[in-house]
Design a protein around this ligand. Sequence first.
Ligand code: SF4
Length: 471
Amino acid sequence: MSSVAAGSTPNEKDALFHPELLQKFDINGPRYTSYPSADRFHNQFGEADYLGALKRVAQANEPLSLYFHLPFCPNICYYCGCNKIITKDHGRSAKYIKYLAKEMAMVCAAMGAQKKIPVTQLHWGGGTPTFLSHEEMIELMHHTREHFDLLPGGEYSIEIDPRRVTEADIALLAELGFNRISLGVQDFNLEVQQAVHRVQTIEETRAVMDWSRRYGFKSRSVDLIYGLPKQTPETFKETVDVVLKMNPDRLSVYNYAHLPHIFKPQRRISEADLPGAADKLDILSNTIARLGQAGYVFIGMDHFAKPDDELAIAQKEGKLHRNFQGYSTQAECDLLAFGISSIGKVDDSYSQNVRTLDEYYAAIDDSHLPILRGLQLNKDDLLRRELIGELMCQFALNTEQFSRSHQIDFASYFKAEIEELKHLEDAGLLEWRGATIFVPIKGRLLARRVAMTFDRHLRESQAKGTYSKVL
Ligand code: SF4
């Protein structure tokens, strides 16, 4: 089995992929797109709390980040774990856009905005954002720009389903201000595609990549999933090679988690077709080796990027951030989220909208913001959020600096955690370099495991036995 660090020469000591460590330490846990993770949100946090947070943020007058959840998809992919609505009725998205506009107006009114609020980051996620007609896309962006000023140089991104876009769509998205696209691919093997009910040709995908270059998009990201039914190490190698020929700037390689008791569409996947644990390890190992040979750098979690991509540069410069979209070069902004189930991060709080269209429309018709639940972070949460963010983005934490900036004594504040780190240290997942906790290349696929040691909420729930192991 080959073992190569992404972006470095083949060398066992520097290898990213260590199957024995994955088998031993890969346990179920948060992805830390937020800390505390969303499963800690509760419904005692409601609209009044959110309104308070919006007012505090308005006073800061800093540039913001925006997220729009566009949930409609014309067909179901069986592996899907997103909050989506399967429909072919485009009338449904026309109504939804109108309510997004109302929600934006309500939020901006609550912030007491006298002028357009500056924005450096915007993301349309889904669902399938390109389910919207051209008129709907124009309308949504028009309403966005009525309230917000999309600053030059920002990250304006959209998730694309290559099966459903035309050159005219990509041209329009560029005209609307989008400069980054993320393409869902998952796997190019036809048998795999049929088993997950998502048949997508290489040509369709390549065309979108070509158009995105033609219309000036700065960055192209491709999502793959390993562990899907009918996948083998050989078929996935072929997929990776085809994708590499398309020369994406970034690649995400996600592990498929088969949880049919939670995600109904997954019940249509036959468990007998899923690759076994050994095959999955092989697929991951081959993929990491292949991406390393092709010059991609491991960013963290499931993300890889070219060394000249801004994510890789930001990581080198210690300026990488993690948010609900994964990794980002934009400084930690407050995030306003719109649409069903979307999660915002405002002041020292997280808030999530209601999950269904009926609840969403009813709340807005009733002149209420559609908040379902959330969390007000306390001082300890804020401190741990910063710490976990450093470990996930920079693979290092200078504990002396951290102590100074938070006016704590790291050794006594995190006495129990430091003790617990010892077994990860013994296994080579982390090193103490002076006062710095450092995650060497060998431990980076498992950096989340190191971060989990500092997750107070997780420690408490583990004590209650509510978290389980994956392997
Ligand atoms: S994977 Fe994406 S395109 Fe497929 S059903 Fe889910 S949200 Fe829709």
